[in-house]
Design a protein around this ligand. Structure first.
Ligand code: FES
Length: 190
């Protein structure tokens, strides 16, 4: 049985009345001190990782859509990636709405992919969901694929007028980023 009385002899383990070994206590105290030190080192690191106001501003993109005619699209840049902003014609809206959503690989309605009252404004990332190429169809004269939206020539993905995947290897529709209207025509993306 361990010695529970008198001074501890250096290098030995003693047991207190409550059964806690003194060496364990010293270890626990050392770990706790290291933990406090760790927190004080981590906090400045975490605060350095928080984005500055400049970075936050850069992380959103404003687009004035006023000049985009029906049937036209423009390319913008959002977080260093291409962004397509497209004004659909009434016919393109009709074609998108006529599709049986249940038959789609990534079932979404045009309504779900646009903002209320702005069904004619389709805003998507210009990044193919297969391997990340930039699809064609946003610039004047570029092929828009078999479904009239966008066409990715890298491996032949076809997107429809709501930028939904309809044919080819891409698994998902072109991504609709977070955005909001800040006026009738100006959109803030991000
Ligand atoms: S990257 Fe677009 S089809 Fe492969």
């Amino acid at each position: 049985m361990a010695d529970t009385t008198g001074d501890a002899i250096p290098g030995t383990v003693t047991v207190d009345d409550d059964g806690i070994r003194r060496r364990d206590f010293i270890n626990v105290a050392a770990i706790a001190a290291a933990g406090v030190g760790g927190v004080s080192v981590l906090l400045p690191l975490i605060s350095q990782m928080a984005p500055s106001a400049d970075v936050l501003a850069e992380s959103s993109t404003e687009v004035d859509t006023a000049a985009i005619e029906p049937g036209q699209a423009i390319k913008a840049v959002f977080r260093k990636q291409p962004l397509f902003v497209r004004r659909l014609t009434p016919q393109e809206i009709q074609i998108a709405n006529a599709v049986d959503v249940g038959s789609l690989r990534d079932p979404q309605t045009l309504e779900e992919r646009t903002k209320e009252g702005h069904a004619d404004l389709l805003i998507t990332m210009g990044v193919c969901t297969h391997l990340g190429c930039v699809p064609l169809g946003a610039a004047e004269g570029e092929p828009r694929g078999e479904f009239g939206g966008y066409f990715c020539p890298c491996h032949g993905s076809h997107y429809d007028t709501a930028a939904r995947i309809r044919k080819g290897p891409a698994p998902k529709n072109l991504e609709v980023p977070e955005y909001e209207f800040t006026s009738d025509t100006v959109v803030k993306v991000g």
